[in-house]
Design a protein around this ligand. Structure first.
Ligand SMILES: [Zn+2]
Length: 324
């Protein structure tokens, strides 16, 4: 329980290959910041992509963003810009996932936490200084710092040599106390499909700019072994996110529309200029299509949607929200 992922200050990486690092850094974060010992079960698409070169083109992703009406500035900045680097020139490598842990009074969640009426979903009033990207429960996002900016958001990055190695993503999530001494309890499921889809798009954009599919990491797992750590994100469903990463990559129409004559028609592979294809060609090339029918994403049942707090007290080992 709570075994840290060993980190080398020499190589500026965690131990193991890219997939093994993700399996350590994405272990389920339980209440109180308790992280199990077993490596995380990763969705097939992450097993296929993490650590590999990205062969999606900037034009393809820009076309997709345009089709979806999403500004690049809302997903980390212009796609042709650089990504952050450490003071010694190591390029950003880790895609860090946080939750905002918005503390609410009472013992149940408001009925509108997934709607615009819930104040925490208003990105305009939220301070956006603490991370690169903020995503609300409606799937809207705002960039606090361009992915090109080296920004610290965890205790591990207190070493100046690491600043720039991590890109940070805050997902809006309410917390209530339930039967705990502090606001330990998150809703189940932890995040909406819209949030997951936008986070997936950020993952594609950040990886494209980096040139390599980044290694995702949960904040809590990242800081294990460092005192006074955080407990986020809670109730993050990796397989739901995996499905969201697959989504834009298997939608060929999105990257074809708006290009020359015939725009709007569904063309699965090539256009006259040969640039129209799904974002997922790489994943498909690597066997993703063969996996789809047996993918846990498609077979997974929805988690129960409960808005009441569990009543079983456990002893938190890690305090939840403190300064970084
Ligand atoms: Zn965090």
């Amino acid at each position: 329980m709570n075994r840290p992922c060993p980190f080398s200050m020499h190589s500026l990486q965690f131990e193991g290959n890219a997939v093994e690092q993700a399996q350590c850094l994405l272990r389920t974060v339980r209440i109180g910041g308790n992280v199990g010992s077993d490596p995380a079960a990763l969705p097939q698409i992450l097993l296929n992509l993490v650590g590999k070169s990205v062969d999606i083109t900037r034009d393809q992703l820009q076309s997709y963003l345009s089709h979806m009406g999403i500004a690049a500035n809302d997903v980390g900045g212009a796609l042709d810009a650089s990504v952050s680097k450490t003071p010694h020139g190591a390029k950003t490598r880790y895609f860090v996932i946080h939750d905002t842990s918005d503390e609410l009074p009472g013992h149940s969640f408001p009925a509108d936490i997934n709607q615009a009426t819930w104040r925490s979903n208003n990105l305009a009033v939220r301070s956006k200084n603490s991370a690169h990207i903020f995503i609300n429960r409606l799937g809207q996002s705002a960039t606090g710092h361009n992915y090109s900016v080296s920004w610290r958001a965890t205790k591990r990055e207190r070493s100046a040599a690491l600043k720039g190695l991590f890109l940070h993503h805050e997902l809006t999530q309410p917390r209530i106390k339930g039967s705990y001494r502090y606001n330990a309890v998150a809703p189940t499921p932890g995040f909406t499909a819209a949030t997951m889809e936008r986070l997936a798009l950020c993952y594609v954009a950040a990886s494209l700019r980096s040139g390599t599919w980044m290694i995702p990491a949960f904040h809590c797992a990242l800081d294990l072994g460092i005192s006074d750590g955080h407990d986020d994100p809670q109730n993050f469903d990796l397989f739901q996110w995996g499905g969201a990463i697959e989504g834009p990559q298997r939608d060929p129409k999105a990257t074809c529309r708006g290009r020359g004559r015939g725009a709007g028609r569904s063309r699965r592979h090539s256009t006259r200029n040969g640039s129209c294809r799904s974002l997922g060609r790489q994943a498909n090339d690597q066997g993703q299509a063969d996996q789809r029918n047996k993918s846990p994403v498609l077979q997974r049942r929805s988690l129960p949607s409960t808005r009441t707090a569990p009543r079983e007290p456990t002893t938190p080992t890690i305090a939840r929200r403190h300064s970084i």
